[in-house]
Design a protein around this ligand. Structure first.
Ligand SMILES: [Zn+2]
Ligand SMILES: [Zn+2]
Length: 329
C-alpha cells in the first residue's frame, strides 16, 4: 500500500510501500479517496507537537470506503462511505470518558499522530470513532469537514451564544465556521494576515459583515473571538476586540507563546479558553448540520505524492480554504 510517511521531525515525508496489518476486532480497513491537510499535520511534521508515532502516516481528515472489517466490526457495510477524524480511540472508563469529555481522555489515541492516518491509499480505523457520511457532497469537498469543520464547530459552540463573532486566521476552519455561524444568524468578522488581500476577498465572498487585518480593531466590540491562527500575539489583540463578559477561544493544538499583556484586557469578566480535540457527539451534531446546510468548502487538490508540496503551501499561507490529498487519483 502506498503511503507518505514521516520518519523524523522537520524532514520531508517519504513515499513508501507499507504493509497494512489485518484489522483488529472493531477495526475496519478503509480505502482512502480523500484526506485533508490540517495545520495540525504541519505542527507534527515541524516537530511542534511532541512524541508522534514514528514512522508516522499523517492525516486525520479522511474520507473513504470500507474495504474489510475485523471479526466484531459490523457498524458499517462493505463499501459504505465513512469519515475518520482526529479522535481515534479513547479508554471509555476514565473520569473524562465517563463524563462526556472523551476529548480530554488521557489515554486517547489520535489519527495521524499516535495512530497512522490517511496520507495513504488505505488505513485502519476503529469503527466506533468513524462517522457515516451521507449526502451527495463529493469526497474531496467533504474531507475538510472532518477536522476544520468539526473542531471549528466545537470552537463555535464553546463561544456560546455570541452574536458578533470574530474569526482570526481565515483558512480551512474559519471558512466553514463562518458559513455555519451566518446560518445561525450570527454576525461574522474576519481577521486576516495584514496585507493578505486574497484572504480578505475570500472572507467577504462568504458573506462576513466585516473583513480586516488581524491588528485592526473591528468596527464594533465582539461578543467572542475564535483564534485559528497559531499566533500567541493574537490573544491580547482579540481580548482588546471583545466586550466585557466576552470570550476568546483558542482553537488550535499549538500556538506560539502569548506575550504578557495588561490585566485590564482580561478585567470585566473577559475569558480566554482553549478547545482540545473533539467528542463523537460533536461530530454527530456537526454532520447533522452539514447535511442540512449547503456548506461550500473551497479546496486545493493534490496527488498523494505531492503531500510535501501541500504542506509547504499551507505553511506559506498560499491556500484559500483547505488543501486535500487524493490518494486514489
Ligand atoms: Zn478515557
Ligand atoms: Zn486537524
Amino acid at each position: 500500500m502506498r503511503a507518505m510517511r514521516l520518519l523524523g521531525p522537520r524532514t520531508d515525508l517519504v513515499p513508501s510501500e507499507v504493509e497494512l496489518r489485518a484489522p483488529g476486532e472493531r477495526e475496519v480497513v478503509i480505502e482512502v479517496s480523500a484526506c485533508g491537510v490540517c495545520r495540525t499535520d504541519l505542527h507534527v511534521v515541524d516537530g511542534e507537537l511532541e512524541q508522534p508515532r514514528l514512522p508516522l502516516i499523517p492525516g486525520h481528515e479522511v474520507v473513504g470506503r470500507i474495504a474489510a472489517r475485523g471479526v466484531a466490526a459490523q457498524r458499517f457495510a462493505i463499501g459504505a462511505r465513512v469519515g475518520v477524524p482526529w479522535l481515534g480511540w479513547t479508554c471509555g472508563v476514565c473520569r473524562y470518558c465517563a463524563s462526556g469529555q472523551e476529548n480530554l481522555c488521557e489515554q486517547a489515541r489520535f489519527t495521524g499522530y499516535t495512530l497512522d492516518g490517511g496520507y495513504a491509499r488505505a488505513m485502519l480505523a476503529d469503527e466506533r470513532y468513524c462517522f457515516a457520511l451521507e449526502g451527495d457532497r463529493d469526497d474531496a469537498h467533504t474531507a475538510p469537514l472532518l477536522c476544520a469543520g468539526l473542531i471549528g464547530y466545537r470552537s463555535l459552540r464553546l463561544a456560546g451564544d455570541a452574536e458578533k463573532v470574530g474569526l482570526y486566521g481565515f483558512g480551512a476552519a474559519a471558512h466553514i465556521v463562518a458559513q455555519v455561524a451566518i446560518h445561525q444568524g450570527r454576525r461574522v468578522y474576519a481577521f486576516v494576515r495584514p496585507g493578505d488581500e486574497a484572504a480578505k476577498r475570500f472572507a467577504e465572498s462568504l458573506g462576513v459583515c466585516w473583513a480586516g487585518a488581524s491588528d485592526a480593531r473591528p468596527p464594533e466590540a465582539l461578543d467572542a473571538a475564535i483564534l485559528y491562527a497559531p499566533v500567541g500575539a493574537l490573544v491580547p489583540a482579540a481580548l482588546e476586540a471583545v466586550r466585557p463578559g466576552g470570550s476568546v477561544v483558542c482553537a488550535g493544538i499549538h500556538m506560539s507563546d502569548i506575550p504578557t499583556f495588561p490585566y485590564r484586557l482580561l478585567w470585566r469578566e473577559r475569558c480566554v479558553r482553549s478547545v482540545a480535540n473533539l467528542t463523537r457527539q460533536d461530530g454527530e451534531e456537526f454532520f447533522a448540520i452539514a447535511r442540512e446546510l449547503p456548506l461550500a468548502t473551497t479546496i486545493a487538490e493534490y496527488e498523494l505524492g505531492d503531500a510535501n508540496r501541500a504542506l509547504s503551501d499551507l505553511r506559506a499561507g498560499r491556500i484559500n480554504g483547505a488543501a486535500v490529498l487524493l490518494p486514489a487519483a
